[in-house]
Design a protein around this ligand. Structure first.
Ligand code: ACO
Length: 427
């Protein structure tokens, strides 16, 4: 605590403690404000509100810095693995070789889903969006794994966390298989977390599937880039749902529902659709003009971010990964050229410069995922798969936080004041 913030309101002089973290902006502790003044703060979108204390992820949006437990995302993406990052987020420190081996084996042993869950899928239409399936099936996990829903038991919390991280690739792959009418594949635990997911998604029972190590590494890196991201909309949703004591499976399902929105996880799908719509570089100026037109709701998808007012550090890694995957698969995609040129033009346009609108992680992820073979409808599913690690880590942190309370924002009411009911015949 460094200082106190002074507030003068309705003739009262009040002081509120200022709390300092290890880095980042200080926060003013206004927990007593309402009791002392009968006033709330007004902050739609929580742009100036810290909803919790956290040791997990730090973002400096002006500098374009993203740290997981202190480690820069670029270093993790280059040198680490998704399993290692998952361990780091859950436990606070990087694992040694033994710890990583044990963690990896534990996750691997939870990859199968209850056989009854497969029949659950069959209730969905074949053309259902895989996010709709994911949302429903993950919510249903609480009906399958009762023995890990007591949030007050630390051992059950650990098992539920491992189950969610382990089963998500299986469920995501099943959602895909169902949509294309192919049989589900059981996990093969001789493969890595990511290799296993690729096989369950793209393999068929009729022939062996060989995991391409370059694609496996690229996919693992994409998972690392999406593992956690501070108190974003879906993470806040998970925490808010969890604050009432809801079980972790239900909370993660709530996070998935929030992530689906086009302003959040759905942006990579929207970004690729936009690149397809633009089609060729000569049409870029038309779309830039539309993005700048106040009367046109069109926005450049994959551009801008609530927190980053600089290049999203994840976009840098993503752009490099696109090049590696294209080289390995020996493919070219004219949309990648459109994306590169669009970025170049936007970064030099005063509208985007003044508003500090830079490419975010989603700008390039659609191009790469589509080259690997995923349909656009699966993009947000992949994001959810990776973010499950962050959601679970954040949920665990919240449950063990002594300051934790049920989330209950207030409002500025500006509807009608009290009035008497008028019977239908008199209206
Ligand atoms: N294209 C054109 N103009 C934009 C864009 C964009 N992509 N993003 C923001 N702006 C403009 C707004 O029109 C607004 O202009 P104004 O000040 O003249 O009214 C200004 O920049 C600020 O925009 P806000 O919406 O107020 O900024 P906010 O921080 O609330 O929004 C958001 C962030 C939602 C991500 C926004 O930039 C956006 O819609 N981007 C496109 C969707 C997208 O890529 N989302 C991915 C987010 S990353 C993720 O979820 C992993």
């Amino acid at each position: 605590m460094t200082d106190a913030a002074k507030l003068s309101l309705t003739g009262k002089e009040l002081e509120y403690p200022v709390m300092s973290g290890t880095i980042g902006p200080d926060v003013i502790d206004i927990r007593k404000l309402y009791a002392q003044t009968d006033a709330f703060t007004y902050d739609p979108g929580f742009t100036s509100t810290a909803s919790c204390q956290s040791k997990l992820t730090y973002i400096d949006g002006d500098q374009g810095i993203l740290l997981h437990r202190g480690y820069p995302i670029g270093e993790l993406a280059e040198q680490s693995s998704f399993m290692e990052v998952a361990y780091l987020l859950l436990n606070g420190e990087l694992p040694d070789a033994d710890q990583l081996g044990t963690f990896d084996r534990t996750i691997t042993r939870h990859t199968m889903v209850h056989e009854q869950l497969a029949t659950f899928f069959r209730g969905f239409r074949r053309d259902a969006h895989p996010m709709a399936i994911l949302c429903g099936v993950v919510g249903a996990l609480s009906a399958f794994y009762h023995d890990s829903t007591d949030i007050h038991d630390p051992a059950q919390r650990v098992i539920a966390s491992h189950r969610l991280i382990a089963k998500m690739p299986t469920i995501a792959a099943m959602a895909y298989k169902y949509s294309v009418g192919q049989p589900f594949l059981y996990p093969d635990n001789s493969l890595s977390y990511t290799g296993n997911f690729l096989r369950m998604t793209f393999g068929v029972p009729a022939e062996p599937y060989e995991v391409n190590p370059v694609i496996e590494r690229a996919m693992d890196r994409i998972f690392i880039l999406h593992a956690d991201h501070e108190q974003n909309a879906s993470t806040s949703t998970v925490r808010l749902a969890g604050s009432s004591g809801a079980n972790p499976f239900a909370c993660i399902a709530a996070g998935i529902a929030c992530l689906w929105g086009p302003a959040h996880g759905g942006a990579n799908e929207a970004a690729l659709n936009m690149l397809r719509e633009i089609g060729t570089p000569d049409r870029i100026p038309e779309y830039i003009a539309r993005a700048k037109d106040k009367n046109d709701p069109f926005r450049l998808m994959g551009f801008g971010h609530r927190v980053y007012k600089n290049y999203d550090p994840r976009a840098t890694v993503m752009q490099k990964t696109v090049r590696e995957v294209f080289a390995e698969l020996k493919v070219t995609d004219p949309l990648f050229d459109v994306a590169l040129q669009l970025e170049e033009i936007a970064l030099n346009d005063p509208y985007f410069v003044e508003k500090k609108l830079f490419p975010n992680v989603d700008f390039y992820s659609g191009v790469i995922l589509s080259a690997i073979g995923f349909p656009t409808s699966m993009f947000t599913v992949l994001f959810a798969l990776a973010r499950t690690v962050g959601w679970v880590a954040q949920w665990n942190e919240m449950i063990t936080d002594p300051d934790q309370k049920i989330g209950r924002p207030r409002q500025l009411y500006n509807g009608p004041t009290q009035r008497s009911y008028v019977p239908l015949t008199e209206r």
